[in-house]
Write a protein that binds this ligand. Structure first.
Ligand SMILES: Cc1cc2nc3c(=O)[nH]c(=O)nc-3n(C[C@H](O)[C@H](O)[C@H](O)COP(=O)(O)OP(=O)(O)OC[C@H]3O[C@@H](n4cnc5c(N)ncnc54)[C@H](O)[C@@H]3O)c2cc1C
Length: 395
């Protein structure tokens, strides 16, 4: 049960971000030895996240963020198309913006307090499995060994494994007087951001994160244009570019004792690519199942529980979101205008009062469920729309 030698661990976690740190916290809380190997020189840095999350989601992850981790409280969102816009009140959903640099360090502290070890500047270069032992080599040439390996190296690892269709994104931290303190802005434009959108996430008065993502776009050029349109003055404080995963979860979540979690398992929302909550829960479920396996002589059959627990929690929601994504990816700007301008104020009131940030497929359904929209989508998408409706009714 305890450490067997300096470089032999019960579990090695590749990737020290939200999902890897939560898995490590769970496993080490059960008394098993865990090493987290993180390629960056600092946990939480560079931050590649908008940090928008529900307080309910964070509670489920077992984290009450410190005051300095909470950057902002969100009251609503303005959703825009080229020639139309509407506003949703989200006060009931208790959405906050967190500073991932600080949040990830809180998770690292939780994991470490339970006994996990964290090594930064330790980029994994190879993972080999033989005789029930993983040999994990890092860039310095050092090799660590373990009984289980947790794959938590994010979307980059999916791309390395040959998965396609990740969406390029760019996000700048900026200071600009036109940023509204507690309102998120989302802008759809099928030509500028195909398959996704542009966003402004306020982190305070006159400061925030501005981002764009879209299939096959030049992200830096697109974000510069978005900023030009918003107008001067603004100052860019930080730039990041990172791929987003919106294609759904990837089964199986484990092969032998190699267990994928978080973005590396595609556990990000197909609508927005948000993954702090759903991927974090992946880490927690995986950590619990790995602990059970270790308790039972490394019996891998307990890992099936991880997959079924995660799919029971998120499977239906993600399947629905994928169908809504199919609709979004087909709409041109005229159609987006038409649909957005036909939303009734009662539908908006309903979404404002009953919407759920983490499980928003129901809100999307009511949003698209006006007579004008349904008729329009039947005409615009024909059989494809009929099939989506049929598939939705089965979930
Ligand atoms: C621009 C942007 C905005 C986003 N906004 C939001 C948002 O507002 N809300 C939300 O819920 N989600 C958001 N997300 C998604 C969210 O950031 C991820 O879902 C979440 O961080 C996933 O956590 P993870 O632990 O699975 O993977 P990641 O956070 O991707 O972490 C992977 C870790 O593995 C490390 N790593 C990679 N390769 C190696 C290697 N070879 N060796 C060792 N370590 C390695 C990386 O350095 C990194 O620390 C956003 C993503 C992007 C890109």
């Amino acid at each position: 049960m305890a450490l067997q030698s300096k470089n032999f661990y019960d579990v090695i976690v590749g990737g020290g971000s939200v999902s890897g740190l939560l898995a490590a916290r769970e496993i080490s809380s059960n008394g098993y030895s865990v090493l987290i190997l993180e390629e960056d020189h600092e946990i939480g840095t560079p931050e590649h996240c908008g940090g928008v999350v529900s307080q309910k989601g964070l509670e489920k992850l077992g984290v009450i963020p410190r005051i300095k981790t909470i950057e902002n409280y969100i009251k609503g969102a303005i959703i825009k198309t080229k020639n139309s816009s509407f506003q949703i009140n989200s006060e009931n959903q208790h959405i906050i913006v967190i500073d991932r640099r600080s949040f990830d360090k809180e998770l690292a502290f939780q994991a470490q307090s339970n006994g996990a070890e964290i090594n930064t500047k330790s980029s994994i270069t190879s993972v080999n499995y033989s005789d029930n032992v993983y040999s994990i080599k890092i860039s310095s040439g050092k090799i660590f060994k373990s009984k289980f390996f947790v794959e938590a190296r994010g979307v980059g690892q999916l791309i390395k494994n040959g998965y396609r269709n990740a969406i390029p994104s760019g996000q700048y931290e900026i200071y600009a007087p036109w940023i509204q303190k507690d309102i998120i802005e989302v802008e759809f434009d099928s030509e500028l951001y195909p398959g996704y959108f542009a966003w402004v996430v306020p982190t305070g008065d006159g400061q925030g994160k501005v981002g764009v993502a879209g299939r096959h776009i030049n992200t830096s050029l697109t974000i510069e244009r978005f900023l030009e349109k918003k107008g001067k003055p603004y100052s860019i404080i930080r730039k990041i570019y990172a791929p987003l995963w919106t294609n759904g979860y990837i089964k199986p979540f484990h092969i032998e004792r190699n267990v994928a979690i978080g973005d590396a398992a595609g556990q990000t929302k197909p609508t927005t690519a948000g993954g702090i909550y759903s991927g974090g829960m992946g880490g927690i479920y995986a950590g619990r199942s790995i602990s059970k396996s270790l308790e039972n002589d490394n019996d891998c059959s307990f890992l099936k529980e991880y997959q079924s627990n995660w799919i029971n929690s998120f499977g239906n929601e993600f399947d629905r979101q994928i169908l809504f994504r199919k609709i979004l990816e087909r709409l041109d700007n005229k159609s987006l205008d038409k649909i957005f301008s036909s939303i009734s104020s009662s539908a908006l009131d309903n979404i404002s009062s009953t919407g759920d940030f983490d499980f928003h497929a129901a809100a999307l359904k009511s949003f698209l469920n006006t007579k004008i929209t349904v008729n329009f989508l039947y005409t615009f998408m024909g059989n494809e729309y009929r099939k989506i409706i049929k598939d939705l009714s089965k979930i």
